[in-house]
Design a protein around this ligand. Structure first.
Ligand code: MN
Length: 157
């Protein structure tokens, strides 16, 4: 009898779990300022990084602006911006590292300037995702040069 009751309740337990998950997802999407966008290519990112281009490059502004959502643990490869980049963190927790310097923790409200021609990477922390706005000025000098992936050893150091 007891066994039958448990079996009868199983679908409800599963359903309950599914409802909680949906609620969490909705909360995340409601909090997001911009659309999730498109998944960044695996050759330039480790894990899932979603990109929405907000301002396309043109000859009047020579500036690219966009939003990236890094899922927990996701990060860019090492890369260089020939004219530099400004990051504005709008939600979550993550890391930014310039080659040869210690990894820096970045959070909602932080503004980070990546100097021109400096090798660096950015991404989410292992447990919390990161929402970042990126601004790339002076695009006539170039936008980005992709380099090697950030290894687990580099990421965890
Ligand atoms: Mn960058």
């Amino acid at each position: 009898m007891k066994r039958i009751t448990i079996l009868a309740l199983m679908p409800l337990l599963v359903l309950g779990q599914a409802c909680t998950d949906t609620k969490e997802n909705n909360k995340t999407e409601v909090q997001a300022i911009f659309p999730k966008g498109e998944l960044g290519p695996a050759e330039n990112f480790t894990g899932n990084a979603w990109n929405t281009r907000l301002v396309a490059n043109d000859s009047t502004y020579n500036t690219v602006i966009g939003n990236v959502y890094f899922e927990p643990g996701a990060r860019s490869n090492w890369h260089i911006h020939p004219a530099g980049q400004i990051l504005i963190i709008t939600s979550g927790v993550g890391f930014h590292q310039i080659k040869g310097k210690p990894k820096q923790t970045i959070r909602k409200g932080d503004v980070i300037k990546c100097p021109p021609n400096v090798e660096h990477w950015h991404g989410a922390s292992p447990d919390t995702g990161l929402y970042q706005l990126y601004i790339i000025p002076n695009t006539e000098k170039g936008i980005v040069q992709w380099l090697k992936p950030v290894t687990s050893e580099e990421y965890n150091k």
